[in-house]
Design a protein around this ligand. Sequence first.
Ligand SMILES: Cc1cc2nc3c(=O)[nH]c(=O)nc-3n(C[C@H](O)[C@H](O)[C@H](O)COP(=O)(O)OP(=O)(O)OC[C@H]3O[C@@H](n4cnc5c(N)ncnc54)[C@H](O)[C@@H]3O)c2cc1C
Length: 289
Amino acid sequence: MAEKITAFRFDRLDQTLSQLNKEDCAIIAGGTDVMVLHKSRRGVPPKIPKPVVFIDHLTELKQIYRNHKDLHIGACTTYSDLLEHPLIPIPLKNAIKTIAAPAIRNRGTLGGNICNASPAGDTLPLLYVYNAKLLLRSVTGDRIVAIHDFIQGPRRVQRNHNEILAEIILPSVLEDGVHVIFEKVGNRNADAIAKVSFAGFIRINENRIADIRFAFGAVGPTMVRSIDIEKILVGKTIPLADTDIIQVVAAFDKIIRPIDDQRSTATYRKTVALNLLRYFLSLKQFRTN
Ligand SMILES: Cc1cc2nc3c(=O)[nH]c(=O)nc-3n(C[C@H](O)[C@H](O)[C@H](O)COP(=O)(O)OP(=O)(O)OC[C@H]3O[C@@H](n4cnc5c(N)ncnc54)[C@H](O)[C@@H]3O)c2cc1C
């Protein structure tokens, strides 16, 4: 017989935060990672070692709005809702379309993808190049943390047990002259976990690179990004010289250290990651989005 668990489903966010402040609970948004993590075998309900708090229904965590140039996305917005929303940037929608199948997209949330902190989380490379900031809320107030500080390693995030990720804030998506791409390589176009993923962000001002960012997924314990390497290209004219491209690819060659696993080999991952970078840097024309 299945063991009983204590589960809470409050009407409001403040009640939920009070509960989290009282005791350490397992937060469940869509549950698409939590349920898989805790499953034992077919037909047996997952065994979750803490009381459970559901947050998927809380409207306070599902708002999407603009505040000046920032885009705020409620952490419990599902992928299906994000795909429908006019404010969500096209590259993020493109990434979401590669995630799982519609049934999972109806449940899975952006906040869940971040807090699960999988090296292969498909929204993460984009969120890194957008310089996403995360608004964490608790009974004692709000704090904002950069995504690269929040994610510490596979399934490891810098969240206190009394906090909920309330919003994802994207500061760069509404800037002029920005071009962003997302590429995922998996066994299929969707419903496959990434072997490698890549996001590139470039802002051009009068034919010169004003800002450029890259992030690679599934080639390390967390997303691979290097601000020092990005700086090499700032101020260069477009199209880039071959020597600049070679220098940047060589620099990433040194810091990308993938592993072999059931999905791919380290050699394949590194080759593809560097090819995606080369492809992005060789683009002659950038379309803004
Ligand atoms: C069949 C299948 C296919 C999948 N395919 C893909 C894929 O292609 N690409 C991909 O990236 N992922 C994939 N996933 C993984 C999963 O769907 C995503 O990571 C999804 O975004 C998780 O969101 P969720 O709301 O279901 O998270 P949950 O399972 O509810 O939670 C995940 C973790 O985040 C915590 N959490 C969730 N929300 C919050 C919050 N607001 N504040 C604090 N903590 C929170 C939970 O406590 C838990 O630790 C797949 C999963 C399945 C089952």
